[in-house]
Design a protein around this ligand. Structure first.
Ligand SMILES: Nc1ncnc2c1ncn2[C@@H]1O[C@H](COP(=O)(O)OP(=O)(O)O)[C@@H](O)[C@H]1O
Ligand SMILES: [Mg+2]
Length: 467
């Protein structure tokens, strides 16, 4: 393959004039940036660029920055999920002066990506930062109408981006054909333009796939190869296209257009390869390719050498597709990778651990970090190994632990401890009184005491305050 860099990167607009169409958006954005550039603060400190993918939202921001001499601090959805990260990165950038440039443009790309998640803190934090930022904040979104973005929408000026006109898409494709010295039939280009529906990213990708694969772009080729738009395809389609690919580029496209990130694609391939490749020699080649992809991806990230991504696509796409040589594709169904299941579970556990650390920290006036490193280990030992279940049970009552926290601390012993807590709570008057004294709460009396639950605890499990 002659070219390794995806053309959408190679032909990224450098200057504002390179961004085709979108005149409406430019009309609002340019004066806004000029105001910042002359050290004034416009009435809206943030803008939200919204519209379908592949129409120049991100490109225009980067081009503006270059034209007006701003540095871009770019974050995308995975970076600004957590409130702390937003405050740490965006908050700092919002008030910092750039040493050599006019200032920073803070680009929060695809903010609708955070709206769907449970961690809502990110949006709130952005909201607060907009009030005091000394640098322009630009957000982009495909769909800005999510309810969770409502408060943001009020604070920003909303700038709509529309699907690109066919003529503009065509002109960019033609320019690329001539720079690449690629033979392109007009009719073929028209076909690509029609299929792209105003999405220039999709059009350029199609052009590259055909052009690089066949050395020319003719109508016959295009009609056969550009059947549908390879946009954002889900993981099952991605896998199907990789494992059943008859052409290398189909597999490669499947990877580069997958809606999940490359690490996730790798986890899925890793677990599903044995389900699909029967012959051990095929498996060997498949895993070999997968590990090379892994190496390339970490190099690409570590050195921010994104041109290496193309190798990642090659190893994950055609590399896996053509690993199969000796055996047919097995019929077995794709399954969820263990690693992702585990991460899901451990995320929940981490959440519990964090909440527990906060709770204990509040009671004993210590930081969460200290609690995690110096208190939780002892609590775990007490909950798991103390001879008397009443000791952890009393601790759990005093600290008002949630069930999940008790499970976390006690592991297999959690049921025993919860039962002991029950009998401490409902067992004796003495128990209630001392608990009252301890938590300073008035007893809720009969309502809390369930009839028939009165169990007489053995003497030594009776509630005694610990501290
Ligand atoms: N209006 C445009 N003018 C020139 N190139 C564009 C335009 N829109 C998209 N592109 C091309 O498509 C690629 C993706 O565009 P991008 O700005 O990232 O889209 P968005 O952020 O709207 O999804 C760019 O690298 C560029 O090559
Ligand atoms: Mg974008």
């Amino acid at each position: 393959m002659a070219h390794r860099i995806p053309w959408i990167i190679k032909y990224r607009p450098r200057k504002v004039e390179d961004v085709v169409d979108q005149d409406q958006a430019k009309k609002i954005l340019i004066p806004w940036i000029e105001e910042w550039a002359s050290n004034r603060i416009p009435s809206k400190r943030a803008v939200l660029l919204w519209g379908p993918p592949g129409v120049g939202k991100t490109s225009l921001v980067e081009a503006l920055a270059r034209t007006y001499g701003f540095e871009v601090v770019e974050l995308n959805a995975s970076d600004f999920r957590r409130k702390q990260d937003v405050e740490r990165i965006v908050g700092v950038a919002a008030t910092r002066r750039s040493l050599f440039k006019k200032g920073y443009i803070i680009l929060l790309d695809e903010v609708d990506g955070i709206a769907g998640r449970e961690d809502y803190g990110g949006v709130e934090a952005i909201n607060r930062i907009i009030d005091y930022t000394k640098n322009p904040i630009v957000m982009t979104a495909n769909d800005p109408w999510n309810d969770k973005l409502r408060s943001l929408r009020m604070k920003v000026s909303m700038i709509q981006f529309r699907p690109l006109g066919k003529r503009d898409v065509m002109s960019v494709l033609k320019k690329i054909c001539s720079i690449e010295k690629l033979f392109c039939e007009d009719q073929a280009l028209s076909y690509i333009v029609d299929k792209a529906e105003g999405d220039l990213r999709a059009a350029i990708n199609d052009l590259q796939n055909v052009g690089e694969g066949y050395g020319k772009v003719t109508f016959d080729l295009v009609v056969n190869l550009v059947r549908e738009r390879y946009k954002s395809i889900d993981i099952f389609k991605t896998l199907t296209r990789i494992f059943y690919a008859r052409y290398g580029w189909v597999a490669k496209n499947a990877v580069s257009n997958s809606e999940v990130d490359y690490e996730t694609v790798m986890a899925w391939i890793n677990d599903n390869m044995p389900r699909k490749l029967g012959d051990p020699r095929d498996l060997y080649r498949g895993f070999d390719s997968l590990s090379r992809a892994d190496v390339m991806l970490s190099r690409a990230k570590f050195k921010t050498a994104w041109e290496l991504l193309s190798y990642v696509f090659d190893y994950l796409g055609p590399g896996i597709a053509f690993a199969r040589k000796y055996g047919p594709v097995k019929k077995e169904r794709f399954g969820y990778p263990e690693k992702i299941k585990l991460m899901g579970r451990s995320k929940e556990v981490r959440g519990t651990r964090e909440r527990l650390a906060r709770l204990v920290g509040q009671k004993i006036h210590e930081s969460r970090r200290k609690v995690k490193s110096e208190v939780l280990p002892y609590l775990t030992v007490i909950f798991r190994y103390s001879q008397e279940p009443s000791i952890p049970a009393r601790l759990a009552i005093e600290l008002e632990l949630e069930d999940k926290m008790i499970d976390f601390l006690a592991g297999g012993r959690s049921k025993e401890i919860k039962e002991t807590m029950e009998s401490l709570r409902y067992g004796t008057e003495a128990g209630e009184k001392s608990q009252q004294k301890l938590t300073g709460k008035a007893s809720t009396g009969e309502s809390k005491r369930r009839p028939g639950r009165r169990r007489k605890p053995s003497k030594d499990t009776r509630f005694k305050p610990l501290f």
